[in-house]
Ligand binder design. Structure first.
Ligand SMILES: NC(=O)c1ccc[n+]([C@@H]2O[C@H](COP(=O)([O-])OP(=O)(O)OC[C@H]3O[C@@H](n4cnc5c(N)ncnc54)[C@H](OP(=O)(O)O)[C@@H]3O)[C@@H](O)[C@H]2O)c1
Length: 247
């Protein structure tokens, strides 16, 4: 895969899957902007990647000011975007009876509204035949207890992606979804005990958690010329769901 001088934007790229994807794009020649809310985490990511091809921008995608900041950065740079990777999300797990309005709004503002309006504002800046990729989740089609809001936010994101496929096709822009299963990232490890990690690993046919590089590889493939006829796909990166047969 060759992304030499391709302009890539990763919304939510300072750690975990987004950071692994930034590293992979840079290894393949791309010029990458990563965003996140926390300037220190962005700085740490920049030191880790240590490449003149990496730029960072502190911008909160959950509100219109943060989105406007990103749009301004792109407009002032004057370069068309070749890959837009909408990856940021937050998850708060609670039973429906316990979810607060603030928890609901925070998840929908980041996971749905933020990506919707980032896409809207950046559409004029996307190159023709560019690639838009959303990070959803396997939980978008599951119904695990305590995941109502997070799962619903990912299901909503999937539908936005579905419609974007059709609306952007005129400009040959491809829109795809990557849906990870449990992946070892700071985001997952901060909310899930070792016991739950082992349980999640046991639910994968491969009997392990995934790592961020494995999702990054999928994103790069979807953005590459090798995926030129892949549009509207939702690719699971979850090691396969285990299926048992009763003997
Ligand atoms: N890890 C998993 O098991 C798993 C499974 C399925 C799906 N996913 C999805 O994969 C994506 C990445 O997950 P991850 O585990 O890598 O998460 P992570 O380790 O928590 O990293 C999330 C990234 O998004 C940024 N971010 C969060 N809120 C933001 C906001 N409002 N504005 C801008 N940036 C924001 C974070 O930076 P700041 O905190 O500094 O803003 C960070 O760079 C998410 O969409 C998640 O839902 C993950």
């Amino acid at each position: 895969m060759n992304f030499t001088n391709k302009n890539v934007i990763i919304v939510g790229g300072s750690q975990g899957i987004g950071l692994a994807t930034a590293k992979a794009f840079i290894q393949h020649g791309a010029i990458v902007l990563i965003t996140g809310r926390n300037a220190e985490t962005l700085q740490k990511a920049a030191e880790e990647i240590n490449s003149p091809n990496l730029q960072t921008l502190a911008a909160d995608t959950s509100n219109m000011n943060g989105i406007a900041k990103l749009e301004k950065w792109v407009a002032e740079g004057g370069k068309k975007v070749d890959v837009l990777y909408l990856n940021a999300a937050i998850g708060v797990y609670a039973a429906i009876q316990d979810v607060t309005e603030a928890e609901f709004d925070a998840q929908f503002n980041t996971n749905v509204k933020g990506h919707f309006f980032t896409l809207q504002k950046l559409i004029p800046h996307l190159a023709d035949a560019s690639s838009v990729i959303f990070t959803s989740s396997r939980v978008a089609t599951a119904a695990g207890v305590t995941s109502s809001v997070y799962s619903a936010s990912k299901a909503a994101l999937n539908k936005i992606a579905d419609v974007a496929v059709n609306e952007l096709a005129e400009r040959k822009i491809r829109v795809n979804i990557v849906s990870p299963g449990p992946i070892q990232t700071p985001g997952l490890l901060s909310v899930v005990s070792k016991e739950i990690q082992n349980f999640l690993a046991s639910r994968s046919a491969l009997q392990r958690l995934g790592n961020a590089d494995e999702v990054a590889n999928t994103v790069l493939f979807l953005a590459s010329d090798g995926a030129a006829y892949i549009n509207g796909a939702d690719i699971a990166v979850d090691g396969g769901s285990i299926q048992y047969m009763l003997k």
